[in-house]
Design a protein around this ligand. Structure first.
Ligand SMILES: Cc1ncc(COP(=O)(O)O)c(C=O)c1O
Length: 443
């Protein structure tokens, strides 16, 4: 018998010795897989703290009744537009479904309406969030230990986590002042190839990136596409926040400008549809040549999906589809209230920072043109211990930026998320943050 000490104390279980972490997949020892758990755990321990940490969508307009309405709307659509019988409607929603998804036509319509993108519905794979899409794409691309992913850094932990799960090394590319430093991209590609590595794709979030809030202007987008062609790279474009701009013109997505099918596009309905539905998608229209002829990368991703999640819940897809149909397939229209709240909150946080931290305080921040996130730079080290102290002693949560760097960057920075709060909470949270910064600042 082996005594095992767990959270609930010491118990005695069967004779088997504990499994050594070293005997499990290498990703389980990768700190990137602990990041989310650590951040959620802190938030859970300090539920009364004002949270600038969670990148979750605004909850004020959540409404369970809407789910029923969306389901009815999609069922009507199946009957009226597709001529399905009651039995077929039941089967579509309640039975196992098509691996690539059942709402691919509506996803393609949405991309046309909101993004001006002309997408073949057959190139769409509906996934369990964009997160599954990342895994499918990287699983397909990683064929050999030499295959590496390039990712504009700082980057979303989900992409590095997915890469880790498929044993793919991620090489950081600097973001620079334009959202991507193209000279650094060229250097990383050159060094990787010289070291015998094979850069397969470049991951980036061109609109209001998580965590830095940066966006690429049109000129830079064109240059990125040109650089990808020059270096023979696929681009993985992740776009969960693009609709939430603070005003003005929005540059076209890379995928909308992708004349030679170099861009694999990741979409998420978590911020624009409903996070609890867990629906996202991949657009993968790249031709794949095999013994049976030429197909689409989407079909290869679908094969992987069939062994991971089988298919995305048709009920969840139906809810998202109903929301799309209710707004003529425009998520811009569906999210007018939410986009307004994010704009208001971003303005409020930026004004609040300016009011609290004048010149000479050593505190600075960026000014994103929309999205959920901004980054504050401070004249002291920002680590997990400081976050814990901030939560315990000051009642305010944020995210240490080092979690978004694989190479030790971001040690003087913290990410603020503006998406979940109301203005009075923002005021209170900024007061608390200012108190923490006052205490930490060197005098
Ligand atoms: C940049 C980025 N990509 C993808 C996701 C995850 O999307 P999903 O919830 O659809 O898996 C997030 C969520 O925070 C994100 O910030």
């Amino acid at each position: 018998m082996v005594p095992v000490t767990g959270r609930s104390g010491t118990t005695t279980v069967g004779a088997r010795a504990p499994i050594a972490l070293a005997d499990l997949h290498g990703s389980l020892a990768d700190p990137v897989l602990d990041s989310m758990t650590f951040l959620n755990e802190i938030a859970g321990r300090f539920p009364d703290a004002v949270s600038f940490a969670a990148g979750r969508p605004y909850e004020e307009f959540f409404e369970v009744e809407a789910v029923h309405r969306y389901l009815r709307r999609y069922c009507d659509h199946l009957r009226d537009e597709h001529g399905l019988s009651e039995r077929q409607v039941n089967r579509t929603l309640l039975q196992y479904g098509r691996t690539k998804g059942i709402v691919h036509d509506l996803v393609a319509r949405n991309l046309s309406v909101d993004e001006g993108m002309d997408v073949d519905p057959e190139s769409v794979v509906v996934t369990v969030g964009a997160q599954e899409g990342m895994f499918l794409v990287l699983r397909a691309l990683r064929t050999d230990p030499r295959d590496v992913l390039l990712a504009v850094s700082p980057n979303y932990v989900g992409i590095r986590g997915a890469a880790s799960l498929v044993d793919m090394t991620t090489l950081p590319v600097r973001d620079g002042s334009r959202g991507i430093d193209l000279a650094d991209l060229a250097r990383v590609v050159r060094d990787a190839r010289a070291a015998g590595q094979r850069p397969r794709a470049l991951y980036l979030v061109p609109d209001f990136a998580n965590p830095a809030g940066a966006s690429l202007d049109t000129e830079t987008r064109v240059a990125v596409l040109r650089a990808a062609a020059e270096h023979d790279l696929l681009i993985i474009e992740d776009n969960p926040y693009g609709l939430f701009h603070a005003g003005g013109d929005r540059p076209a997505t890379l995928k909308a400008m992708d004349d030679d099918r170099r861009v694999v596009y990741l979409g998420s309905f978590a911020k624009t549809g409903m996070p609890g539905a867990r629906v996202g998608y991949v657009v993968a229209d790249q031709p794949v040549a095999g013994p049976g002829g030429t197909g689409l990368l989407a079909d290869e991703l679908s094969k992987i999906k069939s062994m991971v999640t089988v298919n995305t819940s048709p009920l969840a897809q139906a809810i998202i589809a109903g929301k799309l149909l209710e707004h003529d397939c425009s998520l811009v229209r569906a999210n007018e209230r939410e986009a307004g709240a994010y704009r208001r909150n971003l303005r409020h946080v930026l004004d609040g920072l300016a009011a609290r931290f004048g010149p000479g305080t050593g505190v600075s921040w960026n000014t994103p043109g929309g999205g959920f996130f901004l980054v504050v730079t401070v004249p002291f080290v920002v680590d997990d211990a400081l976050l814990e102290r901030s939560a315990r002693d000051f009642g305010v949560l944020w995210t240490p930026m080092h979690h978004f760097y694989a190479d030790g960057g971001g040690r003087h920075q913290l990410r603020l998320s503006v998406s979940l709060l109301q203005p009075p909470q923002i005021e209170q949270g900024l007061d608390r943050l200012a108190a923490l910064i006052r205490e930490m600042r060197p005098v």
